[in-house]
Design a binder for this molecule. Structure first.
Ligand SMILES: NC(=O)c1ccc[n+]([C@@H]2O[C@H](COP(=O)([O-])OP(=O)(O)OC[C@H]3O[C@@H](n4cnc5c(N)ncnc54)[C@H](OP(=O)(O)O)[C@@H]3O)[C@@H](O)[C@H]2O)c1
Length: 181
């Protein structure tokens, strides 16, 4: 089972402003008709999502539900994270990411999309992520929620691909290198 991250950041590495807003991702100059920046291909490579409870709190406010036909599990340390009106769309899991991944593997899932800054950081600290795709936007936010923060661990990756888009976005894909020698 593959675990993967697919996320957009500012040039200074933030995934949201300090108040959680992500309006800067939706600027008209980045929204090119017919260009999804590889999102559909990526989604076809995964079978379910493991999402941090704070990211779920943002996406459940979206006008349209973006995860049709995908199993979505919201992870939390303490609370049942999915309100009753969303329980037909998402499952709650209270526990560690490694325990959830073991369960997903046993369920026969093939690929897991890991989303949410804190969740990605704790998965990296436990070395649970196989693939990282980071799309950088050409702006400095100056402050916000950092994608990587101070992880406190060193992890090597193999660069697989970088693509630049006319809109100025630059996307790089990395594969975790667990045996660099
Ligand atoms: N730029 C992008 O592409 C992008 C993508 C995704 C999200 N975002 C933005 O990022 C922000 C949310 O990210 P975030 O970093 O604040 O939070 P997050 O990772 O989405 O969610 C954090 C919460 O997830 C749960 N969690 C995280 N690690 C856990 C672990 N090891 N074990 C169990 N539960 C764990 C905890 O829930 P409890 O507190 O319930 O215990 C924690 O408070 C939002 O502003 C969102 O819009 C941006």
């Amino acid at each position: 089972m593959k675990t993967a991250v697919f996320i957009a950041t500012s040039l200074d590495g933030f995934i949201a402003r300090p108040d959680d807003s992500i309006d800067w991702l939706m600027r008209p100059q980045y929204l090119i008709e017919g260009e999804d920046y590889g999102y559909a291909d990526f989604m076809s490579s995964i079978t379910c999502l493991m999402m941090g409870r704070r990211t779920f709190d943002v996406v459940r406010q979206f006008d349209s539900w973006p995860y049709v036909d995908k199993r979505l599990i919201v992870i939390s340390k303490s609370v049942a994270a999915v309100p009753s009106d969303f329980q037909y769309r998402a499952e709650s899991f209270v526990g560690s990411p490694s325990a959830l991944l073991q369960q997903l593997e046993a369920d026969g899932e093939q690929g897991v999309y890991i989303d949410g800054g804190q969740l990605i950081q704790s998965c990296l600290q436990a070395d649970l992520i196989d693939e990282l795709t980071v799309t950088r936007l050409p702006l400095l936010l100056g402050a916000g929620l950092s994608l990587f923060g101070d992880l406190g661990v060193e992890l090597a990756f193999e660069h697989r691909h970088t693509q630049s888009y006319q809109s100025g976005l630059v996307q790089s894909r990395y594969r975790r290198l667990r045996n660099p020698d």
